[in-house]
Design a protein around this ligand. Sequence first.
Ligand code: GDP
Ligand code: IMO
Ligand code: MG
Length: 434
Amino acid sequence: MNKNIVILGTQWGDEGKGKIVDCLSADAAYVVRYQGGHNAGHTLMVNDEKIILHLIPSGILYNDVIGVITNGVVVSPFELIKEIHMLEKHKCFVKKRLFVSHAATLILPYHIEMDLAREKKLGKQSIGTTGRGIGPAYEDKIARRALRMEDLKNEHMLSMRLEEIVEYYNHQLVSYYKQKSINYKKILQDLIPKIDFIHDMIRDTTNILNEGIKQNKKIIFEGAQGSFLDIDHGTYPYVTSSNTTIGGVITGTGLGPKHFNCILGITKAYSTRVGHGPFPTELFNHVDKHLSKIGHEFGSTTGRKRRTGWLDAVYLRKAVKMNSLSSLCITKLDVLDGLDEIKICTSYKKNTHGLKNTLHSNISNQHDFLRPVYETHCGWKEKTLGIKKIEDLPYEAQNYIKRIEEITEIPVDIISTGPKRSDIIFVRNLSYNK
Ligand code: GDP
Ligand code: IMO
Ligand code: MG
């Protein structure tokens, strides 16, 4: 059996994926980002240093791990270089062990301008994007007009294509969005000096990974965002523009499904969401204040306050099914320390007629008409921060975990009890789908 692990978020992102990827990467050969872009913000706390990665996979802090950014990612060459230099400041040198797919779509300044212009025009109806140009870059890919990493290798062609694309964008920016036009020559001028730096990193990453698989090397696939930000299966249109659910790893890497049989879902012990869109279990009371403060719930990419809420088991069960999760990792359990009671949403009531749906109910986009139905659990007063063995957790915390296992019908293999690498409980070896 291969040892590959896919790690993905089961909520609306920021579940603590980066920390878990880092924890599982010590004996990995490759760590892979396969979708999204620098909208992601994955936080690592290692040796009392905080490192936030947006584009480079989280396992990269281990010196012998190879980082791979595959075709499914939208890559800003400027951000990529910035992140490589940021890591160098932390004495982590990645340039010779980081590869980027020739087929990865480029994010360039006009994508960012478009993202911002659209959000501005939408006003109160805005998505609340990270403003990183993600949506427009994926649009270019689907519209078959995108520039890709490989295009950086042909300066003449790059210049011609860039001129065409910028003309297309200027038409929209100026005529429709009433913004300033963009000068393609300026983009080219900024881009050309960067090409040398990344030239040798541009590879066929599918081949690299297939070679690793052949040699039975351990590969970790690091999802970005969360299942309900998925373009197809999320709370559309308040979603990101990639497939954050399991299909994204297949199209995003070019590897077949048999290589992904350990699929670990990362679930925060409560819920958060940054940006706009439905959030049925959202809290606006003292519990929100507690979760925000103790959990430091501020976006790693934009610094925005994250909205907080109780764990939503209706959504979580949907995430388990649509990703074929083999097990869960519950993060930030310690943030619940000190709460008198802890709630889990197990079903929804229709607001108007009081009709009760069950756990198996479908989640529609008609969230405004749904009211969460909660079961209430006793909280605990003891500190769980940094606990390393499940038997050392307070009885109530153990019960909370057991209840999540019952509801989701899959095991909780890992529990995270703090931001540091060492704040972790390995309940058992990771489960695999047969
Ligand atoms: P990601 O995008 O899924 O990688 O998550 P983020 O890094 O955006 O957000 C998770 C935040 O929670 C970061 O600040 C982490 O340092 C922190 N974190 C991760 N796991 C734990 C945990 O178990 N307990 C606490 N208190 N913080 C955690
Ligand atoms: P990680 O990987 C949380 C959200 C944005 C917005 C929506 C669309 O750190 O979990 P986009 O810029 O992608 O077009 O924004 O998606 N979003 C995230 N929320 N964590 C993330 O990544 C996110 N990446 C995008 O806030 O609501
Ligand atoms: Mg994040």
